[in-house]
Design a protein around this ligand. Structure first.
Ligand SMILES: Nc1ncnc2c1ncn2[C@@H]1O[C@H](COP(=O)(O)OP(=O)(O)O)[C@@H](O)[C@H]1O
Ligand SMILES: [Mg+2]
Length: 230
């Protein structure tokens, strides 16, 4: 059976054309199945963000291939990559990245609107995900009126609303207190199960890492460990 995601001999060198080359990733090989709940861990600078950005098509590898659902995204042009990101991948970042002038609800339905969903379809889906993330009561607030934990739940709702195949979350709990971080992880775990969305997230918080079903540890741009956690 084909793997959902195949990462083949990926190397990323920053400033490849200058004298000061920085190795982001060194000949990485990895495979992910549909429905996995995986954490990338490792110290700062180990390559977590670089790897997530390459899987998400936010950056190009220096060498190697990223294949998602049999499609080699390393060969895509900018416009196809943009559609790939919009239609297949939900992103969650450390800094929430909500649009400040839009309400929580408008933020959540933003990608669905770009995909051409009607207001009625958006309303229905927003309510469905808002219930799962316990944010029904804050849908009409602006991000600046929400706590960090609430903003990140809205960001996760935005990422899942358009039913992507994959969610990539780069240190989603890094700015949260431990209670909010745990709540967020529990909700992401539920979404992983109930919506069967593959979730790959990065973290170096041991409390958060414990929630993952598979732990990949990076160091200096290489895979140190790749283990299933029961
Ligand atoms: N845009 C960039 N330009 C130059 N070097 C970079 C850039 N992004 C990341 N790096 C370097 O690549 C390595 C991996 O970084 P990163 O993927 O951000 O690690 P992590 O997310 O695990 O902290 C580090 O040495 C970092 O300094
Ligand atoms: Mg990082």
């Amino acid at each position: 059976m084909d793997k959902f995601i195949e990462i083949k001999n990926i190397t990323k060198i920053f400033n490849a054309k200058s004298d000061i080359e920085v190795v982001g990733l060194k000949d990485i090989n990895l495979e992910f199945d549909k429905g996995e709940f995986v954490v990338l861990s490792g110290p700062s600078g180990s390559g977590k963000t670089t790897l997530l950005n390459l899987i998400g098509g936010l950056d190009n590898a220096t060498n190697g291939e990223v294949i998602i659902d049999k499609v080699n995204i390393s060969l895509m042009n900018e416009s196809d990559l943009s559609s790939q990101r919009r239609d297949n991948i939900g992103f969650v970042f450390q800094a929430y990245n909500l649009v400040p002038v839009l309400t929580a609800k408008e933020n959540i339905e933003y990608i669905m609107k770009l995909q051409g969903a009607s207001q009625k379809q958006c309303d229905k889906r927003v309510l469905e995900v808002a219930k799962k993330l316990n944010i029904e009561h804050i849908l009409y607030k602006l991000p600046s009126h929400l706590s960090g934990g609430q903003q990140q739940r809205v960001a996760v709702a935005r990422a899942v609303a358009s039913k992507p195949k994959l969610i990539l979350a780069d240190e989603p709990t890094a700015n949260l207190d431990s209670v909010s971080a745990n709540e967020l992880m529990d909700m992401m775990e539920r979404l992983n199960k109930e919506e069967n969305i593959t979730i790959i997230f990065s973290s170096h918080d041991s409390m958060v890492i414990k929630k993952a079903k598979r732990l990949i540890t990076l160091k200096d741009g290489k895979i140190l460990k790749n283990e299933i956690v029961l």
